[in-house]
Design a protein around this ligand. Structure first.
Ligand code: ADP
Ligand code: MG
Length: 614
């Protein structure tokens, strides 16, 4: 005891500057101090383990490697104790008094770069050891190095007037940090509060964290283990813990990568989609860790938005622990991690979709909107996402789904387009006249029946170099097909078209014979740039003043009985012929979902019925 000497030291200028900020600014995230101190304790024991493998002479060898957190409500203190490497006098000065170490450096660097008022920023940061001064007005560090010739030491500081180092006897190897909590920070002297913090931020720390004699961090950092050492039950339990879920994960992606970035990821796809069940937009569900320490439970901007349904953990050792949540979004490293993960997820989806199509379809029925959102918003991954889309088509049975890849593999030699139709449901689509010509020629037509599909197809534009073309639009060219039966001659057809156009006036852009029809007399084609009936209905529902009249082109079928008879009637009974022509147009508009006002239609029908009955 007689050797006790107390040395006074001043902090290095940068440290002093940092501490002033810590002490005098307002914080939003004070609670992260505990994460920082527990991480340091864990780091120190990790280092000890490392040293153990090379050195024999270790002071207090064999002590259990644990972190003990003690809240003392009466004394108003919180203590964090470890059995790590401890520090010598020189190390204390070096580590806790200068700015040689990583965290503080990064913090000051970011401060310099942003040039903004640090008050808003500081709470976002872990500032390492110094974050202790956010909640304490005095910090005492008892420490004993692992080196045989080390000594027990006590470092003390109020974070304002420098620090003191003095000798302290009878200390086991390691470090004990005691925080004398500020008057308004006494909540951290409460067991339950501290326990919750450890569970939140330090649950996966690789050493036991003990509070009140009980281990608090029960959960293993499963993502760092070998796949072959993990059972299905363990995976499931981890998913349910991490996602706070009760369902079974449907898909799982567990991988480790070293290049270009060190990543350990364990990701899950839940079996239920809360957005579909009306819970509103979910928050990002993949947490970001750095060496088992939580950085952000719901990191924004890490993964593409459309992957927000994923759960799990991404751990990157390359990430600075002290990265701020705000600066995370503009961090090139974080973006890179997001890209790597998105790519892996897409690859996994593609594999799963091929290996078990039935399972994929079941998943797709619940989660399709995310993938569609991705197609519409994420240019980088659009192509990969398009491969995952599923839909019914003119070649699937009702209720069965197919994809673009299969469509292309089935398509005819030389077919350079993918045909689709938008409609409310399969029955409605199949009853419409648009499909006839395509069916007849054996051309597959994709059925899009989801309200967002049209928007998605518009954003996609093409797949595998093949343009996506709507069969209800004008300008689709079909080959000559061998169609049996009598037909009007070219002249008769031209004359009839002229007659009809004269009758319709401005209601149509043109009347012409075409190749799409087989069983129907007429079909209304909308201009290439017009929105579909579904889209118009949606716009109308959103805006009562929405009105945009679409002028169609009327295609007639010169082989159809009504058309042939009409051609004859236009000369013999022009009055009836006009009524029939107008009725044909209305029928076509009705099939296209474009008939806005049926009052004239009804009147005309009555007139026609009267004539038919004589
Ligand atoms: P970082 O952890 O990013 O290096 P910190 O401010 O958290 O920055 O810690 C500064 C340094 O102090 C650490 O690098 C370490 O050398 C030392 N240190 C902090 N806590 C402990 C501890 N419990 N045991 C041993 N050394 C520690
Ligand atoms: Mg640290």
């Amino acid at each position: 005891m007689s050797t006790t000497t107390s040395e006074k030291h001043g902090f290095q200028a940068e440290i002093q500057q940092l501490l002033d900020l810590v002490v005098h600014s307002l914080y939003t995230d004070r609670e992260i101090f505990l994460r920082e101190l527990v991480s340091n304790a864990s780091d120190a024991m990790e280092k000890l383990r490392h040293i153990e493998s090379t050195e024999k002479d270790i002071h207090d060898a064999g002590l259990p490697l644990e972190i003990t957190v003690t809240a003392d409500k009466e004394a108003g203190t919180l203590t964090i104790e470890d059995r790590g490497i401890g520090m010598t006098r020189e190390e204390l000065i070096e580590n806790l008094g200068t700015i040689a170490h990583s965290g503080t450096k990064a913090f000051l660097q970011a401060m310099k770069e942003s040039g903004s008022t640090p008050a808003g920023m500081i709470g976002q940061f872990g500032v390492g050891f110094y974050s202790a001064f956010m909640v304490a007005d005095e910090v005492r560090v008892h420490t004993r190095s692992w080196r045989k010739d080390g000594e027990g030491l006590l470092w003390t500081s109020d974070g304002r007037s420098g620090y003191e180092i003095e000798a302290a006897d009878d200390i086991p190897r390691g470090t004990r940090i005691t925080l004398k909590l500020k008057e308004d920070q006494k909540e951290y002297a409460e067991d339950y509060r501290v326990k919750r913090l450890v569970e939140t931020y330090s649950n996966f720390v690789g050493f036991p964290v003990m509070i009140d004699g009980k281990r608090v961090n029960e959960i293993e950092a499963l993502w760092l283990k070998n796949k072959s050492d993990i059972s299905e039950e363990e995976y499931k339990a981890f998913y349910q813990f991490q996602a706070r879920a009760f369902d079974e994960p449907q898909y799982r992606l567990h991988f480790a990568a070293d290049a270009p970035i060190a990543i350990n990821a364990l990701l899950f796809v839940p079996s239920e989609n809360p957005e579909r069940m009306g819970f509103g937009k979910v928050d990002a569900g993949v947490a970001l860790y750095c060496k088992k320490v939580l950085i952000d439970a719901e990191p924004k901007g890490l993964l593409p938005e459309w992957l927000r349904f994923m759960k799990g953990v991404i751990d990157s050792a390359d990430l600075p622990l002290n990265i701020s949540r705000e600066s995370m979004q503009d961090s090139a490293l974080v973006r890179k991690i997001g890209q790597v993960i998105a790519k892996r997820v897409l690859k996994m989806f593609e594999k799963e979709a091929t290996e078990d199509a039935t399972k994929w379809q079941a998943f797709y029925r619940k989660f399709d909107r995310y993938l569609k959102e991705g197609v519409a918003t994420d240019f980088t991954h659009r192509e990969a996402l398009a491969k995952l889309l599923r839909f019914e088509s003119s070649m699937t049975a009702a209720g069965e789904l197919t994809g673009f890849t299969d469509y292309v593999s089935r398509s005819k030699d030389g077919q350079d387009k993918i045909y689709y139709i938008v409609g409310a449901n399969r029955d409605q689509i199949e009853a419409s006249p648009y499909l006839e010509g395509f069916r007849k020629r054996g051309l597959e037509v994709v059925y899009f029946t989801d309200a967002v599909d049209e928007y998605v197809v518009d954003s996609l534009g093409e797949f595998d170099g093949k343009k996506l073309v709507s069969v209800s639009k004008a300008g689709v060219e079909l080959d000559e097909a061998e169609l049996e039966g009598e037909s009007l001659s070219a002249e008769e057809t031209a004359a009839l078209c002229e007659f009809m156009k004269a009758e319709f006036g401005d209601r149509v852009t043109q009347v012409a014979a075409g190749r799409r029809l087989v069983d129907s007399p007429v079909v209304a084609l909308v201009p290439e740039d017009a929105m579909s009936a579904q889209m118009r209905a949606m716009m109308k529902a959103m805006d009562e003043n929405f009105s945009e009249s679409v002028k169609v082109e009327l295609e007639i079928n010169p082989r159809h009985e009504i058309i042939r008879k009409l051609a004859a009637a236009k000369d013999s009974q022009p009055e009836i012929a006009k009524l029939v022509a107008s009725q044909l147009l209305d029928n076509a508009l009705m099939a296209a979902g474009l008939l806005e006002d049926a009052r004239d239609t009804v009147k005309r029908m009555n007139a026609l019925m009267a004539k038919a009955l004589g």
